[in-house]
Design a protein around this ligand. Structure first.
Ligand code: NDP
Length: 500
């Protein structure tokens, strides 16, 4: 699927080398959508205003500030509430509220029944994170040497707002494979620990994940102020909460290779995702004597998503998380706590409710999940292929329609880029999100209709991706100016043609 990666932007400042041979200082605007052609009709200076305006906001409005304070205060409790509701109320979300409202329980009773942090959980978590750090930093990728089509090893990210191009050691697939090899070796041969170990320590591990999440976000904030990796890529809004939540540094690093965003986004959270599901399946078998088809479906569909993520880790360097978001609590705490705990709710639910689906229901869920994955992957691949080949490719068997665009980095350099108007990117401006939403719905539907809790994921993803879509479009509009307007005129809908 992925081919050898090439740079998709004019050369900019690399952390290792500074090469600006195809960067110009004039600005170009384009007035037509063309088939594989470049149209630079007029040169203007009006994008000076957008210089440095892409990436996260410089100024905070009251709505953003309110949302941020709400999330900082409530997100940890939301995670706790869901996990506690499973532990104490068999995943009935209304259970704790009803008990408190009717006086059957007090908050202190619920808290008293919550398992505390334990030495065992702390040791486990430390071992887990240390193992992932070692796999990330000490084992250069060898998968790309023998897996045809896989792009790993040293790869370059996109140009940052300051005009820097970072290099990354792409070895996530290798980390995932080795971790899972060890997991299965333990389950079938070594018996060092029980495969239910994650479930059995789920709440004590939650406290450890929170400690890491807060520690890394706080460290990133302090680092951004006092010893940033790239000072010109830092953003300070003057608002402490916004800076803490959305991050100051764009690409914080320790040393040459330890990149916070790449590490925390992928490992420990996403490597753990499939292990957590396996542990839930093991617990279901221990408790109920068998693994249900719903649990198998959740494990398989989510494993496809996770493996896809690591197989395409190089592509991931060009997604919003890496290209636009700064590293703060949103990514740091989110990757350590929110992702592993809330993305795995279906598997957790199925431990308490061993749903066995009818064959038509199971087949329907499988088809929805696979079609969703297909749209997600093909849409993302189309954009990736288009950008890697600079538009010299076929999309749905035809030369792609292109909108030429330009933007300016903070160093005043003008760069040129292209927007794809064919394939799924001509259907809607974020049809890749639609595929993701279909897959997410499939995981939830695998849990039947007994409770609301497993449906949290689709509700959350719908909000996340709609908000992300709006955020991204706001950024693209300030990055590309009139060129972005030409794209929205050519492709009027964001997610679903005729609806939104
Ligand atoms: P996209 O992959 O859609 O990337 C958006 C960026 O692509 C834009 O900022 C712009 O960047 C570029 N772009 C936009 N339109 C075009 C076009 N027509 N042609 C070429 N380039 C274009 O967004 P994400 O990074 O958010 O998502 C990547 C995938 O990850 C999605 O499929 C999403 O569903 C998934 N995802 C999953 C999450 C989860 O929690 N499960 C969370 C977030 C994302 P540029 O500046 O380069 O032009």
């Amino acid at each position: 699927m992925a081919a050898k990666s090439q740079r998709n932007v004019p050369k900019a400042k690399s952390v290792d080398s500074v090469t600006n041979d195809s960067v110009t200082n004039d600005r170009v605007t384009n007035d037509r959508v063309t088939n594989d052609s470049v149209t630079n009709d007029s040169v203007t200076n009006d994008r000076t205003a957008s210089q440095g305006q892409w990436g996260r906001a410089w100024e905070v409005d009251w709505f953003s500030l309110g949302s941020i304070i709400f999330l900082l205060l409530c997100a940890p409790f939301i995670v706790y509430y869901f996990i506690m509701a499973c532990d104490q109320y068999s995943c009935a979300l209304t259970g704790p509220v009803v008990d408190i409202a009717t006086g059957r329980a007090r908050l202190s009773d619920i808290w008293a029944k919550t398992p505390p942090i334990t030495r065992k959980a702390a040791q486990l978590y430390t071992l887990w994170v240390t193992f992932q750090v070692l796999l990330y930093t000490s084992l250069p990728d060898f998968c790309h040497k023998f897996l045809p089509g896989y792009v790993g090893g040293i790869q370059e990210g996109a140009v940052t707002p300051a005009g820097v191009v970072n290099k990354y050691q792409i070895n996530g697939l290798q980390a995932w494979l080795l971790t899972h090899l060890l997991w299965f070796a333990n389950a079938h041969l070594l018996s060092w620990f029980s495969p239910t170990i994650i479930f059995d320590n789920w709440i004590p591990l939650l406290w450890c994940a929170n400690i890491l999440g807060y520690a890394v976000s706080t460290f990133a904030m302090v680092k951004g102020y006092f010893f940033p990796t790239s000072a010109r890529d830092c953003k300070f809004t003057g608002n402490f909460f916004y800076n803490y939540m959305m991050g100051v540094e764009f690409n914080p690093r320790i040393g040459k290779w330890f990149d916070f965003k790449l590490f925390f986004n992928g490992r420990p959270g996403i490597v753990a995702w499939t292990l957590i599901n396996l542990s839930f399946a093991a617990k279901q078998r221990e408790l109920h004597g068998h693994v249900t088809n719903a649990m198998v479906l959740v494990n398989v569909l989510q494993a496809i998503y996770v493996i896809d993520f690591f197989w395409n880790e190089t592509w991931y360097l060009k997604t919003i998380d890496i290209c636009h978001d700064h590293f703060g609590w949103y990514l740091g705490w989110g990757d350590c706590v929110w992702l592993p705990y809330l993305y795995t709710l279906q598997g957790l639910y199925l431990v308490y409710h061993p749903v066995q689906l009818s064959t038509p229901h199971a087949v329907g869920v499988l088809l929805l999940g696979l079609v969703g994955y297909y749209i997600f992957r093909v849409a993302n691949h189309q954009k990736d292929l288009f950008r890697r080949t600079d538009g010299r490719c076929l999309i749905w068997g035809k030369k792609p329609k292109v909108i030429e665009c330009s933007y300016m980095s903070a160093d005043g350099q003008t760069h040129h880029s292209k927007l794809l108007v064919s394939g799924f990117w001509g259907v809607a401006r974020h049809f890749n999100y639609v595929g993701d939403l279909m897959g997410s719905l499939a995981y939830c539907l695998a849990c039947g209709g007994g409770h609301l809790l497993p449906y949290f994921y689709i509700i959350y993803m719908a909000i996340l991706l709609t908000h992300r879509c709006l955020r991204d479009e706001h950024r693209c509009a300030s990055k590309y100016g009139r060129d972005w307007e030409r794209y929205t005129a050519a492709v009027p809908y964001r997610l679903l043609p005729g609806i939104f």
